[in-house]
Design a protein. Sequence first.
Length: 187
Amino acid sequence: MAVLESSSTSTQSCADPALIISSDGHAMAKMVDYRPYLPFRLHEQFDDFLKLHKSSGSEEGVSGVKNQAIQTDHEILDAWSKDVVEAGRLDGTSDPARRLYRMEIEGIAAEVLFPDFGLPFEMVPQNAAAIGYAPTLEQAEEGKKAHSRWLLDFCSLHRSALPRRRSSDSKTSTQQSRRFVGRRKQG
């Protein structure tokens, strides 16, 4: 890592690369892709939610952006749609290969990733309010856990190197996760 100095005795030039770490990245699966990360007992509820999610206009991508038009300045929305959505920059929110490609182009070495609106059983707030939707406490908790399992897969550069964090209704997933974390700390 290069350290830039302000003194005139520094031998570094402005052409030396800077280490950029983004502290506001967003990653989430396409809604349907969360299903295998949820406990089996919630699959039927999630299938019903997917229908509601789609019919309420809570779709990803361009159609999701258009739903924000009600609250957003149209010039800003159009510019963001052109520069981000149409340019394919949103592809990296759910596709790790596209994410790494975009990071490389933008010179980003690492990111802190946060979920965006779109966790399992979650809708954009104004869409949820418009139809009177609210997830149960169990759905909200399991949705967050499903996102965490998905995020582990997303962040693994070589998917075959890490075990998939799919859910089960037993303690097996938690026990496997603890063994995995222990192995990572040791080696």
